[in-house]
Structures are given as C-alpha cells and as structure tokens.
Design a protein around this ligand. Sequence first.
Ligand code: GCO
Length: 448
Amino acid sequence: MNQEFIWGAATSSYQIEGAADEDGKGLHIWDVYSRQPGMVFDNHNGDVACDHYHRYREDVALMKEIGIQGYRFSISWSRIFPEGTGKVNEKGLAFYDKLIDELISNGVKPYITLFHWDYPYELYQRGGWMNPDSVDWFAEYAKTVVEHFSDRVTCFITFNEPQCFIGMGHVTGRHAPGLKNPLRDTFLMAHHVMMAHGKAVQAMRAVAKQPILIGYAPTSTVCAPDSDRAEDIEAARSLYFQCPEKPEEWSWNVSWWSDPVMFGRYPEDGIRQYAPYLPDIRPEDLALMNQPIDFYGQNIYNGYRVRQGGDGKPECVKRSPGYDKTAMEWPVTPESLYWGPRFLYERYQKPIYITENGMACHDMISRDGHIHDASRIDFTEAYIRELLRAREDGVDIRGYFYWSLMDNFEWTEGYRERFGLIYVDYQTQKRTLKDSAYWYREWIQNHR
Ligand code: GCO
C-alpha cells in the first residue's frame, strides 16, 4: 500500500494547556470537578498543567526536533464558546490560530479533535447530553471550528472516546462530572452524542473551505485470538464486537458506539439485552448518526487473549502470573495493534488511524540528566511492529499517534502518571526529551 502514513503524537486541551481562566475561556466540567477536593489524586488539577497555552512555541519546536509528522490535539470548546453556545470568544480562536500556524510553519500536520471531554459547564447545567438540544450545541461548535480553521486544517475528529466521557463520567462516576446516573439516562446521552456526531459532520462539510477528512475516535480493549486456529480467531472477533451482557457494563463497548455511526443501526444483541433502558430510537435519528465519514480513529492500549471455550463460546484466557504491565498496571499486549485494526477494518471498511497508543512509566531524571525510559521504547516498537504487520496484511492504516507528546494531567490520576515522550518538570515547566523521543525520531527517519 502506498497511501500516506503519518507518524504522530497526541495530546488534549485540558491535559496540557493550563490557562484555565485566561482570555475569556468559560468553565468546563473538568475545571469544576478537579477543583473539588478529593476528586483527583493529591487534589491536582489542570489550572496550569503543562502551561502549553503560553509555551506552545517551545512545544512545537520540540515536535520538530523529534520529527513528528502529525500532531493530534483537541480544542477546548469553552475557549471558543465560553457559555458553550451563542457568543464566540475571538481570543479563544486566536490561540488555536497561533498554534496551527506554528505547526504548519514547522512542517507538522495538525489533526484537530473537537471534543476530548472538557464539556462547557454552562451546558452541563442545562442538562448536558441529556438535553436534546445538545445535538445542536455540538454541531454549532463544530461548524464554527471548521469554518474558522479549514483554510489550514484538513483533518478533524468529532469525539474522543465516547465510552469514557459517558461511561466514566455518568456510569461509574470516576471522571467529571462524577455522576452515577440511572442507566436509562446514560443510553439517552449516548444516543444524543452519536446524533451530535452526525449533525456535526453535516455542518462541517457544509462550511469547509476545502475538502476535509472527518473521523471518529472511540477506544476499545482488543480481543486477540490465543492461537491462530480459526475457532480462536472467530471467538476473539465475536467477543470483541459483543455487547457486554451486564447492562451496567454497557458503555465499554465497540459496536454500540460504532455500528450506529458506521451502519445506521444499533447492534441486535445490545438492543435485546438493554431493552428496558433504551430511549425511543427513531429511524431519522439513526440516519443522522450514519453520515459518511472518511476514517475511523481508534485509541488502543491493550487487550485480552480469547479462545473458543469447551461450550463453544468465546472465553478470555487468564493472564499469566507476573504478566508485563505498565506503571498504571495496564497489561502490555502488542498484538492488540494487529488484531484490533484488523477486526475493525473487516467490520467497518474505513481507513484507520491509531489515534492513541502509549504507556505510563515510572520515569525519572537520571544523574546524567537524561530520562532512560527503555521500557517505553520497547513497548512502542513492539506495538508498532504489530501495527505494520496488520498493514502488510492489507489493513488500510494511515497513521499512528503516540499518547502522549508530553507528560500531562492524567485525569483522576493527576500528574502521578507520565505518558510523554517529553518529560515535564511541573515545578519549573522545563521540558526534557526522554530517550524514547530520540528513539522515535530515529524510527520516523527510518520509516518515512
Ligand atoms: C484516553 C484519553 C487520554 C488519556 C490516555 C491515557 O484515552 O483515556 O484519550 O486523554 O490520557 O488514554 O489514559
């Protein structure tokens, strides 16, 4: 395949920008949530974060030094619309103008995520995703962003990991706004989110100043076959796309969040299992969700091994004692970047970008002043070799974005976890390239 392939890195607005109350930005749910004592590890919050809002030039220079070809970042909705809707804040647009111009003049292609979880507080108070108007609010925001930036930016992603901002924000309550809503409400929110995606796609295409590519970026825990026996491959595939049987686990799901967007229908097993909780699903809602998009983004960090059990049903294989894991205790499973894209491509038939993949390490600055994050290098190379193997086997993969460009605010874990290629000293805001950044630079040079 000789399609363009992008080696990139990713971040999100609240996790790096800081400047939480600057230049007219409105409040969002993560501002409010993390300022409440007891919500985030050690009461950290994103008020300053990596101070990227003021240091974006230096950060782009570092991207250039690493040689990344694409940078995926998110726009903070409440910088553009301080109240979520209505009046546009020119200073918010101006910040992203400067960032985008800086990226382009340094040869880094911008990829904009419209929504990476920092939902305007004002809209949340008006019911948030429960409110049917939330569909229009998001479309209005998406339209404004594309109208303004599509003269220079051609790749846009609507939502990052809807599983998390609904599932963790409203089902388990581990993320902002920290609620455990009735399941019925959460299904309605999901329904609105996917309608908002569709309506935004329409609005974006209508105003784009040149042809743009639009994608969607859910996440998944991959099911990989435990052997290459056909039965195990089939078991892995079917478990991967199955809707969890327990309704309270519904949100961690591939099909529920993607079939409506890609096919215009909800998966049948979910419809059966979740029937008591479902909203009225109108055909026109499904039609709206199902707008043609250009690529399918996917955040993949790890997965399970699956085989066909004695009863013929898929079963997860127990992890071996002492299995490899990251600092966050996430299992290390490079084959996820082979089987995930392969199964997703088979089902959805869209070009794929790995919009996030990476690991948290216990990084420290050594006495020699360097950060020797050998395990991150090993992790990343193992995963991307699997990704390239999928590509060789015919999966249409267009790019890889390492999560994350730099250490940042890891949601409820605060600054405890370090995912970056760049080390950030939060006392001084000094940035230092880790060994993995130098390794990535070489990798990109050799795999252009
Ligand atoms: C996510 C988010 C990122 C996280 C990263 C590490 O995937 O959860 O998109 O914001 O920081 O995934 O947990």
